[in-house]
Design a protein around this ligand. Structure first.
Ligand code: AMP
Length: 283
């Protein structure tokens, strides 16, 4: 596995490989790798013959009171995991090299980012779309893979790619879960063991909703109430938001329409840790 730190070197590498006819698949992450990240690497490998994984804790997407400085950075373990997963290039940009002091360009996807994560974390998506655009310009992939766990982020990146005519195919990886159903996240390690176990209730609520939808339920209020009452069985949990939105614009419909793609969004807090989960479905 090649380890590249400089942007110019990364670009040079990708340019050469593309000239040789290689298809580059790209998986951007912030590290503290888990099975969720590894599944994205596997997906990239099915669509590309060279996989680049980036690890970069992007300062631009963290709010002032968020966990930027304490975000886990187990780089040795991550390097070993990436190598075992068959990553060809591990790209590790350094903030000082990646964002020049003269940097003045930002990418903002508008409507899609007004609600949910965008409302709770002002500036977050601007940071995400800017770094992803820069990474795309540096890695120059044909295919890039993002987790559907971050549903709004996935929608934002797809919109940016389409709006800016980028010649990159965006693939979505399914949510990978812990044995109790909790969606894997680098932030789960902030939970106590007991809460981590009890947080399995979030996925239970999601799976019940999936079962109801598969059985023909299309009443949004009923679906959301059932999720809410399941979540409320865990007293340490508070709901940040719970809604059903159209995948293409993240707006809440009046009612579910046949053939349209939706996402049921569930975001909660447990012991101050924000946990995201969701269900993609077509009505
Ligand atoms: P992060 O390192 O948290 O920025 O995540 C990097 C990528 O991994 C993003 O595209 C995430 O959506 C994705 N991801 C994170 N957790 C999971 C998971 N449990 N299952 C699938 N993808 C995930």
């Amino acid at each position: 596995m090649n380890i590249i730190k400089g942007s110019a070197e990364m670009q040079q590498f990708s340019r050469n490989e593309r000239r040789r006819g290689k298809t580059i698949g790209f998986v951007p992450t912030m590290g503290a790798l888990h099975q969720g990240h590894l599944s994205l690497i596997s997906l990239a490998k099915t669509r590309a013959n060279l996989v680049v994984l980036s690890i970069f804790v992007n300062p631009l997407q963290f709010g002032k009171n968020e966990d930027f400085s304490k975000y886990p950075r187990p780089i040795e373990k991550d390097t070993a995991l990436a190598e075992n997963a068959g990553v060809d290039v591990l790209f590790l940009p350094e903030a000082s090299d990646f964002y020049a002091e003269s940097h003045q360009t930002f990418v903002s996807v508008e409507g899609l980012t007004e609600r949910f994560e965008g409302a709770i974390r002002p500036g977050h998506f601007r940071g995400v779309s800017t770094v992803v655009m820069k990474l795309f310009g540096t890695v120059m992939p044909e295919v890039a893979v993002f987790g559907k766990k971050d549903a709004q982020q996935f929608a934002v990146i797809k919109r940016m790619t389409e709006d800016l005519n980028l010649d990159i195919e965006i693939l979505g990886g399914e949510i990978v879960r812990e044995p109790n159903g909790l969606a894997m996240s680098s932030r789960n390690m902030y939970l106590t063991e007991e809460s981590r176990q009890q947080a399995g209730v979030i996925s239970k609520a999601i799976f019940n909703a999936k079962h109801s939808i598969d059985s023909g339920e299309r009443d949004m209020e009923k679906l959301l109430l059932a999720v809410e009452s399941e979540l409320k069985t865990f007293s340490k949990l508070t709901i940040d938001y719970l809604d059903i939105v159209r995948l293409n614009d993240f707006q809440t419909p009046e009612k579910l329409e046949k053939g349209v793609e939706y996402v049921l969004l569930v975001t909660v807090r447990v012991e101050g840790v924000r946990l995201l989960d969701n269900l993609f479905f077509t009505a």
